[in-house]
Design a protein around this ligand. Structure first.
Ligand SMILES: Nc1ncnc2c1ncn2[C@@H]1O[C@H](COP(=O)(O)OP(=O)(O)OP(=O)(O)O)[C@@H](O)[C@H]1O
Ligand SMILES: [Mg+2]
Length: 263
């Protein structure tokens, strides 16, 4: 049996008459880290949103397959490979396969308190991974979350604020990392997580990502800067252009782009 991975084959995606992704092929093997590069408008965010299941985009061809997911709710059968095409699944279902997206533009959601949001995603995660454990009440959750807040230096007053509403760039990123810590995703897509942070906030976020990274997850970094790659080491690099993968290789690809741009 082969290991866990996400395999994207000949993926075509569009909106209206616009064809944005034009036959993307790539693979994310669990345990390896990746970097997705490409000029503005090459399709990186579209690919991330489509992986997460955004209803904004229409998948017009190809497949996104998860191989051998090992979540307890999806036991692998027998000795063969389990392969699931997730194209028709909702974002919630995809998160059960361990897919997590940190948005380029983090949405602000009025009317949903941070504490309720975090409690909900944690309880869903609990139900999937440990169905025998009772879900946490608001009261218990507020105590449960304290060490996480302390570790990430997040002021508890944030719990009573609306999700991301008026949060600074750095605060939004810390909340995303808090979510990662709570639910332990496997495939973590970071769409320009390094944009708009001051130097200290960037360092803290990068260190936290480094501490989250392990053999049992994959960090997929989309970036226009390269400093983050000094914290999270990548194994493979894909370069997108006009909705296609035009280059795939090891870290040498980063050096090439750093020196010569996307010519
Ligand atoms: N909802 C949409 N409707 C129409 N066009 C879209 C939509 N979303 C993306 N596009 C177009 O698809 C192309 C790819 O956009 P995308 O945001 O994926 O690029 P990107 O590689 O993430 O760029 P950047 O590095 O600037 O973030 C762009 O031309 C963009 O205008
Ligand atoms: Mg983008």
């Amino acid at each position: 049996m082969i290991g866990e991975k996400i395999q994207i084959q000949n993926l075509h995606v569009g909106v209206g008459d616009k064809e944005i992704l034009q036959g993307v092929n790539l693979t994310f093997e669990l345990g390896k880290n990746y970097c997705l590069l490409g000029k503005n408008g090459s399709g990186k965010s579209t690919l991330s949103s489509v992986l997460m299941g955004s209803p904004e985009y229409e998948v017009r061809g190809g497949s996104i397959e998860v191989y051998n997911p090992s979540q307890p709710s999806f036991p692998t059968k027998g000795r063969g490979d389990t392969v699931i095409d997730i194209v028709s699944l909702s974002p919630e279902e995809r998160s059960q396969y361990g897919i997590f997206l940190s948005f380029q533009h983090v949405p602000e959601i009025l009317g949903i308190k941070l504490s309720e949001y975090l409690r909900t995603i944690y309880n869903i995660h609990l139900k999937q991974t440990q169905p025998e454990v009772r879900e946490l009440s608001p009261f218990i959750f507020k105590r449960f979350i304290v060490p996480y807040l302390e570790e990430l230096h997040i002021d508890p007053v944030f719990l009573d604020r609306d999700l991301n509403v008026g949060f600074s760039g750095g605060e939004k990123r810390k909340i995303e990392i808090l979510q990662m810590k709570l639910i332990g995703p496997k495939y973590i897509i970071l769409d320009e997580i390094d944009s708009g942070l001051d130097i200290d906030a960037f360092k803290r976020v990068a260190e936290l990502l480094k501490s989250i990274n392990s053999e049992s997850n994959s960090i997929i970094i989309i970036t226009h800067y390269f400093t983050i790659l000094e914290y999270v080491e990548v194994d493979e690099v894909y370069v997108l252009e006009k909705g296609k993968v035009v280059e795939h290789g090891g870290k040498e690809v980063i050096e090439k782009v750093k020196e010569g741009g996307y010519r």
